[in-house]
Design a protein around this ligand. Structure first.
Ligand SMILES: Nc1nc(=O)c2c([nH]1)NC[C@@H]1CN(c3ccc(C(=O)N[C@@H](CCC(=O)O)C(=O)O)cc3)C=[N+]21
Ligand SMILES: [Mg+2]
Length: 291
């Protein structure tokens, strides 16, 4: 079998266009654009690239972008003070503090200080709790993007066997919650899982978020399964995912490439969450299922 390649880049472009139209309409009814503030501490080159592309995408989607670049030696108190200013700023609907943060800053302390209503990353414990209990809130962008690709590919996920490899708060745990809410049968596997290949072999859906290049092998995959590769690993051979793409593509039914799969969906979902935040914060209705 040769897997179908899931074109996340094309899907993300479509989503961004739809968000852009709705953001233009929001601007008309609210009398102001939706606004996203992105905070970068330090000058990590990869983070710099991400922040720049987020800013461009925000403006292209008819929203306002506020960029705050702070020196690497910024104190935790100064960063908290900026977060408080952004929480209080009515032009700012969404706040993203780029991770990772320098070692002298406790990320959890910063994330917990962002207003849950502006937490478009969906990292605040209140939004994690909302996701777990089925309340409206913000869902982390990467797993939300993965879910959109899966539903586009497979339709109803009810009853399907899903294995999520990785248990981070940012990807694995929210991904498992989303799949559970869609009535998939979900297994969370991780570094201590025994006989991982046998666990993966049962799955109709595999989401790989381990952060290790080419970790998931083609021989682990059930023929016809759908594979979502969340990995972004920089190697001598360039950017590669957590899945051995060539091995997997010869057995899977469908697979996301790296680059061009999940990554572009993350940014598109960030804009989507910002649009939703703007409507909620301004008290402007957004039609159910509009996005
Ligand atoms: N508070 C916070 N929120 C985040 O959402 C967040 C973060 N911090 N820190 C870093 C990670 C990483 N991340 C990516 C976003 C887009 C691509 C992306 O668009 N990737 C492209 C190209 C990547 C490239 O060429 O470098 C692709 O996969 O096709 C990847 C990774 C968001 N992150
Ligand atoms: Mg390879």
């Amino acid at each position: 079998m040769t897997a179908q390649i899931i074109d996340g880049k094309a899907f993300a472009l479509g989503l961004r266009a739809r968000v852009g139209e709705l953001a233009a309409a929001f601007r008309g009814s609210a009398g102001r654009p939706a606004g996203l503030a992105v905070v970068l501490v330090g000058d990590d080159p990869a983070s710099n690239v991400y922040v720049r592309s987020k800013g461009k995408a925000t403006i292209a989607a008819n929203m306002e972008s506020f960029e705050h670049r702070l020196p690497a030696e910024t104190s935790q108190d100064d960063l908290l003070a900026l977060v408080e200013r952004l929480n209080a700023d009515d032009r700012v609907d969404g706040i993203l503090v780029q991770l990772p943060l320098p070692a002298h800053i406790d990320a959890q302390t910063i994330i917990t200080r962002i207003s849950p209503d502006k937490d478009v990353d969906g990292f605040h414990p209140v939004n994690a709790g909302r996701l777990m209990t089925g309340l409206p809130g913000f869902v982390p962008c990467t797993p939300l993007g993965c879910l959109m690709l899966l539903e586009d590919q497979l339709g109803d996920l009810s009853g399907l066997d899903a294995v999520v490899i990785g248990r981070s708060n940012i990807v694995g745990k929210p991904m498992a919650a989303l799949l559970t809410a869609k009535s998939a049968t979900v297994t969370i596997a991780h570094s201590r899982t025994r006989d991982l290949s046998s666990v993966v072999r049962r799955a109709d859906i595999i989401v790989a978020a381990v952060g290790r290049a080419d970790f998931v092998k083609g021989e682990w995959i059930k023929p016809g399964a759908t594979v979502i590769d969340v990995g972004i690993n920089r190697t001598d051979e360039g950017l590669v995912g957590d899945v051995d793409f060539d091995g997997a593509a010869s057995v899977a039914g469908a697979i996301t490439p790296v680059p061009g799969g999940v990554g572009p969906m993350t940014i598109a979902c960030l804009l989507r969450n910002t649009l939703v935040a703007a409507h909620r914060n301004a008290g402007v209705a957004l039609e159910e299922g509009a996005i």
